[in-house]
Design a protein around this ligand. Structure first.
Ligand code: PEP
Ligand code: MN
Length: 221
């Protein structure tokens, strides 16, 4: 993925799953695997902390702390992340307004951590053809009121492999500062989110397209 153009490796060791019977992640062993992957590739690592206590462990292993959609208004977690010495990737809540999203970011900033990156990952609507509705219009909305960078996650935003590349292209065109894309060498065997994971070959093709789209709006990869 690094050769194809990825800048950061995102993987979950502690997974917030809808069902308690689904794969919950490998825990600390997963963090060790991520650290080994960083060692081997030089890619910085971002991974999710599920609770304030979990931040201690994540801080030791990762380069960036993810706060997931389900935790966007977990205020004790936000405050703890605000006292961390690592950047925080804050994902938009499942039904969060722009104001709520930015106020959650403010919880982190107000504790003294100014390295906050926002992430649009889709919100729940009545559309039934995708897992969530990717709200790309929030990107220019954030840009008009905030200095914070915003990434787009078209994997959780659509939930469908065939929609990830088209929405990634749109996200870059609308001015997103980056993308989070789930990639798996054998998506049908993935323990989490296989249906929305693209293959390494698809990722390479996507990056090729993005290298053409970005310069149109004065950006580069
Ligand atoms: C994830 O990024 O792995 C994740 C669980 O995403 P979200 O919090 O956006 O559902
Ligand atoms: Mn996932």
């Amino acid at each position: 993925m690094k050769q194809a153009g990825a800048h950061i490796l995102r993987g979950g060791a502690f997974k917030p799953r809808t069902s308690p019977y689904s794969f919950q992640g490998l825990g600390e062993e997963g963090l060790q695997i991520l650290a080994a992957a960083r060692e081997e590739t030089g890619l910085p690592v971002v991974t999710e902390a599920l609770d304030p206590e979990g931040v201690d462990l994540i801080e030791r292993y990762a380069d960036c702390i993810q706060i997931g959609a389900r935790n966007m208004q977990n205020f004790s977690l936000l405050k703890r992340a605000g006292r961390a010495k690592k950047p925080v990737l804050l994902k938009r809540g499942l039904a969060a307004t722009l104001e709520e999203f930015l106020m959650s970011a403010e919880y982190i900033l107000s504790e003294g951590n100014y390295e906050v990156v926002l992430c649009e990952r889709g919100v729940r609507t009545f559309s039934d053809f995708s897992r969530n509705t990717l709200d790309l219009a929030v990107v220019p909305a954030v840009k008009s009121v905030s200095h914070l960078p915003i990434l787009v996650d078209p994997s959780h935003g659509t939930g469908r492999r065939d929609k990830v590349s088209p929405l990634s292209r749109a996200a870059v065109a609308v001015g997103a500062d980056g993308l989070i894309v789930e990639v798996h060498h054998d998506p049908n065997s993935a323990l989490s989110d296989g249906p929305q994971s693209i293959t390494p070959e698809m990722f390479e093709g996507l990056v090729r397209d993005l290298r053409q789209i970005a310069p149109v709006i004065g950006r580069r990869l």
